[in-house]
Each structure stands twice: as C-alpha cells, then as structure tokens.
Unconditional design. Structure first.
Length: 97
C-alpha cells in the first residue's frame, strides 16, 4: 500500500475547498440568486464569513476554506497512513501481532 503525502494532500484539499468557495462567491456577486444556500451554509460554519456579497467577504471565505480544507486533507491523509498499514522495504505487508 502506498502512503499519502501529508503535505500534498493538505495542499490539494485546501485548494479544492477554498477554490469552491471562491467560485461560488464570485458567481454570486454577478448573479445574486446563485449559490445562496451554499453561502448561507458556509457562513454558518465560518465565523468571519458572512452573506454580505462583497469582494472582501469572498476573500475571507476563500481563506477560511483554504485553511479548513488543508486541515481536513492533512487529517484524512494521516488517518489513511495510520490505518492503511505500512509495507516493509521488501514489499511485504508488515503488521504487528
């Protein structure tokens, strides 16, 4: 089994979640009805992110998403590595009895 890179997973998950908030936020600035439920949901989770429809608010939501996504990716990769088992240098699965 391959081990996941904690750093790579944290970066990928942070960019994915932060990017999702950024995209929905920017589209919502142009089309006010777009993504309102998503923005209300995320604003209920992140204390500094509000539904005020401003560029500054979108930036704050994006930063919150980057940080939160990175933490979630780090935890996910750590758990995967911890419970997935580790291979020895010969390729055999090593498990403690």
């Amino acid at each position: 089994m391959m081990r996941l890179s904690l750093k790579a997973m944290a970066i990928a998950a942070g960019l994915l979640w932060g990017g999702a908030i950024l995209c929905v936020g920017v589209i919502n600035l142009a089309v006010p009805s777009y993504g309102t439920n998503f923005i209300q949901l995320t604003s209920s989770v992140y204390p500094w992110f509000h539904t005020s429809r401003t560029i500054g608010n979108v930036a704050i939501g994006t930063i919150d998403g980057l940080i939160d996504g990175a933490i979630a990716g780090l935890i996910l990769a750590w758990l995967y590595n911890a419970f997935g088992g580790a291979r020895t240098h010969t390729g055999e699965l090593h498990r403690e009895a």
